[in-house]
Design a protein around this ligand. Sequence first.
Ligand SMILES: [Zn+2]
Length: 269
Amino acid sequence: MPIFYDTHAHLDYPDFAAELPQVIERAQFAGIARIISIGTDLESSARAIQLSQQFECVYAVVGWHPNEALAAPDDLRPALRELAKNSKVVAIGETGLDYFRLPSHKEGGTLEQDEVFKRKQAQIFEQQLEVAAECGLNCVVHQRSAFADTLAMMRAFAGKVRGQFHCFADDARAAQQVLSMGSLVSFTGILTFKNGQNIREALAATPLGQFMLETDCPFLAPVPYRGQRCEPAYVKEIADVAAQVKGCTLEELSAATSRTAHDFFPKLK
Ligand SMILES: [Zn+2]
């Protein structure tokens, strides 16, 4: 059976609390041999590490999500450095920039608040890139409606830190810009959606060896589970569509995406 990895899961979310051992068992049964659980703040990062200690196939990424930026300490680095020492921490994140939900989009929010929010996002993004560079790790990057600014921040660390532009949902040209910087993209269940044609085109333009697969569970369940809670086992459905788009066999896709993951996450065993 071809083996795949779920390179972006939120196993610490309450959605899984009632049946985590079963969720992991179903993933293994489906051939999903590694699951990387992603932190969104320090507590969630610590929980990801704890899960990686509990389950051999689980690895952790530690960091602070841009949407939660305002709650972050002014200096995130000391705590992150500590967490990153753990042998199962394979990257820093998820970090990045998200201008999709700004304070001014809500009743009573101001443009001034937008600026404060964006500044804090950039500040903690830069801190996470710094820690990644120090530790010889790469970053799991979340960007939404902030592509140019995200690329600019990554460019400052070119040659030191690469990014996994996770849940890639932009077009082929954008994918090309990410790849030309030495960073990678990864694809979720939206690859399988009827309206995901532009994302399938982005994948078609991305060579084997420069992308990975992920669920972003509990979100974004692929067809035929769309709308339900997503879980790591569903990487299989994403892989089926990815192989069709790439015109390769599942075995070839398995070999390429696994190799890419081990290269990008050096501590992954
Ligand atoms: Zn995520």
